[in-house]
Structure formats: C-alpha cells, structure tokens
Ligand binder design. Structure first.
Ligand SMILES: [Zn+2]
Ligand SMILES: [Zn+2]
Length: 333
C-alpha cells in the first residue's frame, strides 16, 4: 500500500474497525481502562469527602454512590449505550476523510511558506526538547481553542445547535455520554481541527526544514494524557469533582462540565471549554459551581430530551427539526 492508504489503514479509526475491542486498551481513547481507573479512585475520594461527617458510610453505600441504578439504568443512559455501539461503525466510515488531505496540506503549507518567505537560514532541530515542547504546547492550545470555539458556535448558531442538542439531550450522565454526539458535529470538529493541525505541522515543517517535531510522547500528547488522567471520565457522570476556585480558572473540572449540561438558567451556555477554562473566561462564559449547586436537572430546557431515547431519533431528529424550522414560517405566511 502506498502513502495515504497506509496512513488510513493505520489510523486509529480504522484500527477500531479492525479491532473493535481496542477501546478500553487504547490510551488515545477517553474510556481507556487506565483513565476509568483513575476516575474511579477520584470518585471514591469525592465519596469520602462528601461523607466525612457521616461515620456510618459503608462499602455498600460507596457502591451505591459510584453506580446508582437511577443513573446507569435510566432510559437516557441505555440510549447512550445503544448509540455508542451503532455510532462506532458510523464514525469509522466517516473519520478517514480528514486523513486524505492532511498530508498534502502539510506539504503545501511548508512549500508556500518557503516560496513566500524564503528558506529559513538556521532551521530548528526537530528533535530538540524545546522544539518538541513548543510543538506539543502549541498544538494542544490550538486544538483546545478550536474545540472551545466550535462548541461556542454550536450553542450560538441555531443550525449547529440542532445537532449539538443530541449531546445535551442526556438526562443522566455516564462516561459513554461523551460519545453521544451527532456524527455531523463530530465530522465538523474533526475536519476543522485536522485542517488547523495540518497548517501548524506545515509551519513546523518550514521552521525545521522539512522536519516533523512530534506532538506526542508514546503516541499521545502528554498534556492531553495528563488531563485524561485527572478524572476526565467524571465530566460525564453524577460525581461532582471540582478542582477548586483557583485551578478552575485554568482547567475545566468535571463538575464544571456537568453544570454545562444543566437546565438552570444561570448555567445555560456556560463552560464550553474542553481542557482549558481560560477560553471561557475570555468569552465571559466561565462558571465555577459553588458548594450549593449539587441539585439541578440535566437535559434540554424545552423538555425535548424525552424524544431522544432512541438511536434513530439521535441521528435523524435534528434534520426533522431543521425541516420544521424552515417550512413553518412559509406555512404561517
Ligand atoms: Zn454544549
Ligand atoms: Zn458533555
């Protein structure tokens, strides 16, 4: 197989099709068993903290706290499990699109910069720790900002909101709710981040005279890895793990993402960040939950979430809603 086909074949999306049981053992995946384990340890910590004044806390109480039936057997959670299974196939069919153009885009960016600015007189060494560190930090900041901004647009633009609603229709949250995303939203996110990552790699290619400083250590960006370790899976769960008021100015805690799913007016359209919360701060959408915010309902303010209990609805309801939205005014007139 030549270049691009080999890249597609080896991509982790195709590996998913070749090996569907890879999810729990691939640390590029959010539900990698190691991240689930650290999340579980943190959840036990939250239990101990919440029950610190109750000496009657028992192992049974702990289990009931970690895996409440009303969450894990809720219709919304069951819809998540079904959607996850079906959507892995849909995802694998769509994901490789970005891989086809990223390599040429990197080469074109490098060539264009060389033509416009001339070759760099003293190129950076792509293997030096500071160049690798700079590449890693700039990539994560770029991708994290893009994810924030696309999420922001999903909340602000009615067309995108129809698709993003699928994610917000969850009435309870389990780690698999992270995968409850309409495929068009996923494709949109993936292609925008792929294009900008390609441009960034092209820039580093130019600065290093054709080099490719790694964004990754052992196949994953170290910053993303660290973030996944500190309880990423709890952001879609009922466990209110906060990072404290100071760290929350820098990082999005699980609890901050949980209130992003809340139906309370004060929580609406807040905390749209993925890893870093300073984007939210810049856009005036940062909300650090206080101690008294344990009780709030999740879902859509209109109550429409009850229509998202089926896999077909998750795929097609956004289109039906859009059609309704467009044809209604014409009828009224
Ligand atoms: Zn959202
Ligand atoms: Zn979410």
């Amino acid at each position: 197989m030549d270049g691009i086909w080999q890249t597609i074949w080896d991509s982790f999306w195709i590996r998913a099709l070749r090996d569907p049981f890879r999810y729990p053992v691939d640390f590029n995946e959010r539900i990698f068993i190691g991240y689930l384990a650290t999340s579980l340890i943190l959840a036990v910590g939250v239990y101990i903290y919440l029950r610190r004044h109750k000496p009657d806390a028992t192992p049974r109480g702990l289990f009931a706290f970690l895996f409440p039936k009303q969450v894990y057997l809720h219709k919304s959670a069951i819809a998540d499990y079904k959607f996850f299974l079906v959507d892995r196939i849909v995802f694998v069919l769509m994901a490789p699109i970005a891989l086809v153009y990223v390599e040429p885009l990197i080469g074109m960016t490098d060539a264009l910069l060389t033509r416009v600015l001339g070759p760099v007189s003293s190129p950076w060494d792509p293997g030096s720790p500071w160049v690798m560190g700079l590449a890693m930090v700039s990539q994560i900041l770029l991708v994290d900002f893009l994810l924030f901004y696309m999420h922001y647009l999903c909340h602000k633009l009615p067309l995108l909101w129809e698709f993003h609603k699928v994610h917000h229709s969850a009435e309870v949250m389990t780690p698999l709710t992270a995968y409850r995303m309409h495929p068009l939203e996923v494709v949109f996110n993936m292609n925008v981040t792929a294009i900008f990552t390609g441009l960034l790699l092209g820039l580093f290619g130019y600065l290093t005279n054709g080099g490719r400083p790694g964004f990754e250590i052992l196949g994953i960006n170290a910053i993303q890895f660290a973030f996944y370790v500190v309880g990423f899976n709890l952001r879609h769960s009922h466990v209110p793990l906060g990072y404290g008021s100071i760290v929350s100015q820098l990082l999005v805690s699980p609890w901050m993402h949980q209130v992003h799913h809340s139906r309370e007016t004060r929580h609406l359209d807040m905390n749209m960040g993925f890893i870093f919360s300073f984007w939210d701060r810049m856009f005036g959408t940062l909300y650090v939950p206080g101690k008294d915010e344990a009780d709030y309902a999740l879902g859509l303010t209109t109550g429409e979430h009850v229509h998202f209990h089926g896999v077909l609805a998750m795929y097609f309801r956004p289109f039906a809603n859009l059609a309704r939205r467009w044809f209604k005014p014409a009828k009224a007139a």
